[in-house]
Design a protein around this ligand. Structure first.
Ligand SMILES: Nc1ncnc2c1ncn2[C@@H]1O[C@H](COP(=O)(O)OP(=O)(O)OP(=O)(O)O)[C@@H](O)[C@H]1O
Ligand SMILES: [Mg+2]
Length: 507
């Protein structure tokens, strides 16, 4: 196709980009070159400026200083339509779809703005075919409001892959996709590359960047630290570039589990008794799940994605009906009593997608804090504000002030705030679902040690659900494996072997 180029041609160059937000220097004289036939990864810790850089290239933000060149000519990208006209497309960090429209309608909308005016029926066929190819059973006629978070991400990916774009900007969506879908999407990115197109892949996972990218640029505090070629890819070295010299891999392991033994006769705080649930289309998801968690115990639940973890978390916080079986918190039967009752019973929730499950993006940090404690405590605004300020400080949240709306924070900083809020007001039980989705490794390790400390010092019971075996091994007293909606094995920390867990996970 004439729109693509032979490998190695300079396609897009950003020169000296600076972007300030109130109280934050998000980008500081960033320069970068993107070539045809390249997958270029941007790595950096939470708040280092990755999304801001992509949004400038996508015409969503305009820079305060610096400029962009496309094929050697300086261009002004004043809005996303300008970027689209140069063949640039951005897949956002959190899905940006219209809830009331169907999947096909959401796809159509963007295709039209790309000048593709195919008939609706033939686009529908394309959409169906593309979902089949990526291996996701999303119904193209479903309304977006009915879709799960992951399904929405998949819609974003499919929509992007239907556009013949020259430069695709992918903002962290790949990190926690189901493995099979992620591999197929990588396949698509490699195909783009072989056609002479360009991919900018944003991630905070070093391993992902090193696996997929041809070159990696590391950002720290809004500055380019270095751009590396494949020959220089070394995981430890890249980590040091990301976090600074004080960082080493052993720091992550320092938090390795100190084995504490649980007194066997403590009464369970959380108990699931033979719980079954159904999916949206009626099939069983959780099958005969039995769980019990004692005061101060951290129960890790590990499994590959799609094996029922999300559904289990939803049951535990009251967002998904139980078909049969019972759920008790501290002896109280809370089966199908809804999220308010379960929260009031002392169950907190740290989810993988805080803006989907827990926080209101339009409200400020302090207002979101007020929401979490409503009905339990009344605190005057002044006190709430100083509490919020304290959390910002303590959890290293990059936010200009307690009055900042949550939606302007970077993805990882939204997550940090969600964590801060739940940890500070944790009562009896904390349900944690895939927390590392948007967190950099350093924060994940302080988070897991905070969980251990709280469980020991305040007798908090934690159900830590994750796809990451390393994380679960680091944080848990006991570990259960979930596969195909069933708990297929439960182990104490002392008795468990990694290989056994790995085998069970894929059973
Ligand atoms: N619209 C905005 N208004 C105010 N501040 C913003 C806005 N967008 C970004 N920022 C701030 O700019 C800094 C860089 O944010 P950015 O979203 O680019 O980080 P990131 O590297 O993508 O981080 P993450 O890994 O957490 O997604 C952060 O301190 C963030 O709070
Ligand atoms: Mg980001």
């Amino acid at each position: 196709m004439s729109m693509f180029f032979p490998p190695g041609r300079l396609i897009l160059r950003v020169v000296g980009l600076t972007k300030r937000f109130p109280g934050v220097l998000a980008l500081d004289r960033v320069s970068l070159e993107l070539y045809s036939s390249e997958i270029h990864s941007i790595l950096g810790e939470n708040g280092s400026g990755k999304s801001t850089l992509a949004k400038i290239i996508a015409g969503i933000y305009t820079p305060d200083e610096g400029y962009i060149e496309i094929l050697g000519k300086s261009v002004k990208l004043l809005n996303p339509i300008d970027a689209v006209s140069y063949g640039i497309y951005y897949i956002p960090q959190t899905p940006n779809l219209i809830e009331r429209l169907t999947v096909v309608e959401n796809v159509l909308m963007v295709m039209r703005s790309y000048g593709v005016f195919a008939r609706t029926s033939s686009i529908r066929d394309l959409v169906v075919e593309e979902f089949r190819r990526i291996g996701s059973p999303v119904d193209p006629e479903a309304r977006v409001s009915e879709l799960s978070y992951t399904q929405r991400q998949v819609v974003e990916l499919v929509r992007a892959s239907l556009l013949r774009v020259r430069v695709l900007l992918v903002d962290e969506v790949t990190t926690y996709l189901p493995t099979s879908i992620r591999e197929r999407f990588y396949g698509y990115l490699r195909k783009m590359k072989s056609e002479g197109r360009t991919v900018l892949l944003i991630t905070h996972k070093v391993s992902e960047a090193v696996d997929v990218a041809d070159r990696v640029t590391v950002l720290r505090s809004g500055r380019v630290v270095r751009t590396l070629e494949r020959a220089e890819f070394d995981v430890d070295y890249v980590r040091r570039l990301m976090f600074g010299e004080d960082y080493s891999a052993s720091e992550l392991l320092k938090n390795a589990l100190s084995s504490i033994s649980i007194t066997e006769n403590r009464r369970a705080v959380v108990k699931l008794d033979r719980v079954w649930t159904a999916s949206e289309n009626g099939g069983p998801v959780l099958k005969d799940v039995e769980l019990s968690v004692k005061p101060g115990e951290v129960l890790g639940i590990v499994g590959i994605s799609g094996s029922g973890q999300r559904e289990l978390a939803e049951v535990l916080v009251g967002l998904r009906p139980v078909k049969s079986g019972r759920y008790y918190v501290d002896g109280l039967d809370v089966t199908n009593r809804g999220p308010e009752v379960i929260r009031a019973a002392g169950v907190g929730f740290i989810s993988e997608a805080p803006l989907y499950y827990n926080l209101s993006g339009d409200l400020s940090l302090v207002e979101n804090l007020a929401l979490a404690i409503r009905g339990r405590l009344f605190l005057p605004l002044k006190l709430l504000t100083s509490k919020t300020r304290e959390l910002i400080e303590k959890y290293g949240i990059a936010a200009a002030s307690p009055k900042t709306p949550v939606k302007v924070l970077s993805g990882g900083n939204v997550m940090r705030f969600a964590i801060a809020r739940e940890l500070e007001f944790a009562k009896k039980v904390l349900v944690v679902l895939n927390p590392s989705r948007s967190l950099d490794e350093r924060f994940v390790s302080s988070f897991t040690s905070a969980i251990r400390k709280l469980s020991q010092s305040s007798n908090l019971s934690v159900i830590y659900i994750s796809e990451s075996l390393d994380e679960v091994l680091r944080v848990s007293d006991s570990i259960a494996v979930i596969s195909g909606g069933r708990i297929v094995g439960t182990f104490t920390r002392e008795s468990v072997e990694r290989e056994v867990l790995e085998k069970l996970m894929v059973m």
